[in-house]
Design a protein around this ligand. Structure first.
Ligand code: GLP
Length: 244
C-alpha cells in the first residue's frame, strides 16, 4: 500500500489493530500484538493512544511482545526499547504491565539462551502473535535480524551490523556508544505471526524497500523472507516507494 501522507500509514495500521482488539474482545479473547521500535511506528502508537482517549479503545485484553532490545541495555536507559515503549505507548493506555513482554537487556550472558527460549515459549503459550508490526533497517533487517539471519532463526543474541550501528550513532551520541549486540526475535518467530504490517517511510528507505519487495529471497536481506508469508502488507509513503 502506497500512501501520499505518511500519517495515513498510522491511521490504516492503527485502525486494523483496533479492529482486531475489538473483535477479540467481543469473543472474550486476548489480542496478541508484536511491536516494533524505531521512528517509523511512532505515528501508529500515537493514533492508538488517541483511539484509547477519544474512542474508549481498551488494551486490557491485549498482550504484547516486542521484537528486540539492545544488549547490554538497562531498562531505564534513554536508549532502551523498554523506555521507548513505555514513553511512546504503554504509559498512555490501559495495558496491564504483566501482559507486556520485552527482551531483557541486562541479563547475565549465561542466562541469555534460557531467557530467549522462555520468550519463545511464552509466545507459544498465549497462542502465537495475531498481528506483528515491523520497521525495516538499512540492511534489510526486521527486528535485529541482520544479514545472514536464516529463515529458521528464533529469539537469540546477535551481533549488530556495522551499518546498523552507524545508523544508530546519532541517537547514542557517537558510534562508539552503540551496543555491539542485541536480543531479537528470529525470522521464524516473525513469520509465525498470523498477520504482518511492515512500514517504511522516507527516501532513505527506497533502496531497501525495493530489495525487500522485488528482490530475490535472500539470507542477506531478512525482509525478503516476508515474501513467503501469506498475510503481510508493506505500507510505504511515496518517497519510500520511489524505486518500486
Ligand atoms: C532498529 C530496530 C528495527 C527498526 C529499525 C528502523 O534497527 N531494531 O526494529 O525497524 O531500527 O528504524 P526506523 O524506523 O527508525 O527507521
Amino acid at each position: 500500500i502506497v500512501v501520499h501522507e505518511h500519517d495515513d500509514i498510522a491511521r490504516l495500521v492503527a485502525g486494523r489493530i483496533a479492529a482486531l482488539i475489538r473483535e477479540k474482545q467481543s469473543r472474550g479473547e486476548r489480542a496478541i500484538l508484536g511491536l516494533a521500535t524505531g521512528s517509523t511506528p511512532i505515528g501508529v502508537y500515537r493514533e492508538l493512544i488517541r483511539m484509547h482517549r477519544e474512542e474508549g479503545l481498551s488494551f486490557a485484553n491485549v498482550v504484547t511482545f516486542n521484537l528486540d532490545e539492545y544488549y547490554p541495555m538497562a531498562p531505564d536507559s534513554i536508549h532502551s526499547y523498554h523506555r521507548y515503549m513505555w514513553e511512546n505507548l504503554f504509559s498512555h493506555i490501559d495495558v496491564r504491565p504483566e501482559n507486556v513482554h520485552i527482551p531483557e537487556g541486562m541479563l547475565p550472558r549465561d542466562q541469555v539462551d534460557a531467557a530467549c527460549a522462555a520468550y519463545e515459549a511464552k509466545i507459544r503459550e498465549v497462542g502465537g502473535i495475531d498481528f506483528q508490526i515491523l520497521g525495516i533497517g538499512k540492511t534489510g533487517h526486521i527486528g535485529f535480524n541482520e544479514p545472514g539471519s536464516g529463515v529458521e532463526s528464533r529469539t537469540r543474541l546477535v551481533h549488530l551490523d556495522a551499518i546498523t550501528r552507524k545508523d544508530a550513532a546519532a541517537d547514542f551520541f557517537g558510534e562508539e556508544n552503540v551496543p555491539r549486540e542485541a536480543l531479537t526475535m528470529g525470522v521464524a518467530t516473525i513469520l509465525d505471526a498470523r498477520e504482518i504490517a511492515i512500514l517504511a517511510t522516507g527516501e532513505h528507505k527506497a533502496g531497501i524497500v525495493r530489495r525487500a519487495v522485488e528482490g530475490e529471497i535472500d539470507i542477506e536481506v531478512a525482509a525478503t523472507f516476508l515474501q513467503r508469508h501469506p498475510a503481510t502488507t508493506f505500507y510505504v509513503d511515496d518517497a519510500a516507494a520511489a524505486d518500486l
